[in-house]
Design a protein around this ligand. Structure first.
Ligand code: KG4
Ligand code: ZN
Length: 335
């Protein structure tokens, strides 16, 4: 079957056509119109601007994907939440209109479930139960996955998301937006032990996170009187602090959940240091646990991962009514 995916939860208008062949996903076409250059001047995503851009972009992108009169699509999967409500609405309205027009099944997908499912685009060999660390600009969550479609939230950030901390650190250092790629690039030239930074909540005994204090610690280091550390050392030390907390808690969560597989997902999953440290820690501490990470193409927001999650939902006989599906900005997975 061939599924059209639609993702507009934040600042990427992404559409994908994915063929599913014997449980394997073949991404035939994916187009993502990024708004990064537009939001750059504000230092973050402006919801109203994002929604307008989605509305202007989505039909031209769609026209490049399918012939609306002969779509050759068997189902439609669209992100219905969580995210920015005005952005979500654009994708959801297009998805349900097309489903109604083409008389094809529609499924509203949870964006976090999409980030989890991005792993199957690369590697479909996932044994359950699994744990997933989802780290993005809006989320930092550890989830236990009993089986496909059954999630239990083990912990989440109490304040800033990991990606947000990267973005704010970049801003403090006057680096490019979005901050994650800029900080990790500069970090490669720095010493991760040069600047002493806290590892917030690393020994809290639960699976929650807190990154706002780390941002404040970075600010004090940068604004301190006297000799200033090199920006590359600040980046490397910051990245190390974030990664150490994420890795330590993921290992603890995998133990607690008796996981057979550990999954990674979200924009921050593109971070090479995180990938390296997590893979090494699992190999050392949990050698029986299989570690799966998504290809870099599927870490930031994209419609292919929404298709993967949508396909599993359709397999589980979940359908959304094209006349009723509404976006849910606060849709929490596994609570
Ligand atoms: O998943 P995503 O594309 O959008 C949300 O759902 O939020 O994640 C975007 C976040 C941004 O905060 C960005 O700075 C961060 O992912 N990011 C990174 C890297 N690449 C993107 N953070 C750390 N290292 C990276 N290489
Ligand atoms: Zn995301």
């Amino acid at each position: 079957m061939r599924i059209l995916g639609i993702e507009t939860s934040c600042d990427e208008t992404s559409l994908a056509l994915v063929r599913v062949e014997r449980g394997r996903f073949v991404v035939e076409k994916m187009l993502t119109a990024s708004q990064v250059l537009i939001h750059k001047k504000y230092g973050g995503v402006v919801p109203e601007v994002a929604a307008r851009e989605h509305a202007e972009t989505i039909f031209p992108v769609l026209a490049k994907m399918v012939n609306p009169k002969r779509p050759n699509v068997d189902a439609i999967a669209v992100t219905a939440g969580p995210g920015l409500i005005t952005s979500l609405r654009v994708g959801v309205d297009v998805g349900r209109t097309l489903a109604w027009l083409w008389k094809k099944p529609l499924v509203g997908v949870n964006h976090i479930e999409g980030h989890i499912a991005s792993n199957w685009l690369t590697n479909p060999r996932v044994a359950f139960p699994a744990v997933a660390l989802i780290v993005s600009g809006g989320h930092t969550e550890l989830l236990r996955i009993k089986k496909l479609g059954q999630y239990e939230l083990m912990g989440a950030t109490r304040d800033d998301a990991a990606g947000e901390a990267f973005d704010k650190t970049a801003q403090l250092l006057g680096l490019d937006y979005p901050g994650g790629p800029a900080v990790s690039k500069l970090a490669q030239k720095g010493n991760p032990r040069a600047v002493k930074l806290p590892r917030p909540m690393i020994a809290s005994g639960d699976f929650d996170f807190s990154f706002s204090g780390l941002k404040t610690a970075v600010r004090s280091v940068i604004e301190a009187k006297g000799k200033k550390p090199k920006p590359a050392d600040v980046c490397a030390s910051f990245e190390e602090a974030v990664c150490e907390v994420l890795v330590t808690k993921t290992i603890a969560a995998a133990k607690k959940a008796r996981a057979k597989t550990a999954l990674l997902g979200g924009g921050v999953a593109a971070n090479r240091r995180l990938r390296t440290l997590l893979a090494a820690a699992i190999k050392k501490e949990l050698p029986k646990v299989r570690y799966v990470e998504p290809d870099l193409a599927w870490t930031s927001d994209n419609a292919a991962m929404i298709v993967a999650a949508g396909y599993f939902a359709l397999q589980g006989k979940r359908r959304s009514d094209p006349l009723m599906l509404a976006p849910d900005a606060g849709w929490e997975l596994g609570r």
